[in-house]
Write a protein that binds this ligand. Structure first.
Ligand SMILES: Nc1ncnc2c1ncn2[C@@H]1O[C@@H]2COP(=O)(O)O[C@H]2[C@H]1O
Length: 140
């Protein structure tokens, strides 16, 4: 167990459907601290850095266009062992497969255009969290 920080991004579909408050409420009800919070219009440069291991994936252009459909909310969350717990809160990548009770299971769905929209991003390791926080919160 250690004190950690993690990055949560509420993606454009989550912002449009007005789930920022629902997601913050889940984080706070669990007892974690919101350390920073802001609305962001993601640039291609930020997205290429954030998704550095996906830039050559066939779905990368769709991922970029999805992440630029509207503003996203960036949230830094702090607490004991927070990285794996918040990652678990997100649920499976595909909202159609995510369990009820997870953010993607409760607030996500599959879309008729076939683009995968999954409401939320959460860091998957403490080192990834540090790397991602530098991209989205360079001022901190
Ligand atoms: N097969 C896929 N098609 C489209 N997008 C994907 C696919 N696999 C992963 N992604 C996206 O890549 C993202 C990687 O990080 P996330 O878990 O935030 O959410 C994932 C999805 O948004």
């Amino acid at each position: 167990m250690s004190e950690q920080r993690t990055l949560v991004l509420v993606k454009p579909d989550g912002v449009k459907a007005q789930h920022i408050g629902d997601i913050i409420a889940r984080i706070e009800h669990k007892g974690y601290k919101i350390e920073a919070l802001k609305m962001i219009n993601a640039t291609k440069e930020q997205l290429a850095k954030h998704y550095q291991d996906k830039v050559n994936a066939p779905f990368f252009p769709e991922l970029v266009s999805y992440m630029q459909e509207g503003p996203i909310a960036g949230i830094i969350v702090a607490g004991t062992n927070v990285v794996p717990i918040i990652h678990k809160m997100a649920g499976a990548t595909n909202p159609g497969e995510a369990d009820w009770g997870t953010v993607r299971g409760d607030f996500g769905r599959e879309w008729p255009d076939g683009n995968l929209r999954n409401v939320i991003h959460t860091s998957d390791s403490p080192s990834e969290a540090d790397r991602e926080i530098e991209i989205w919160f360079p001022e901190l």
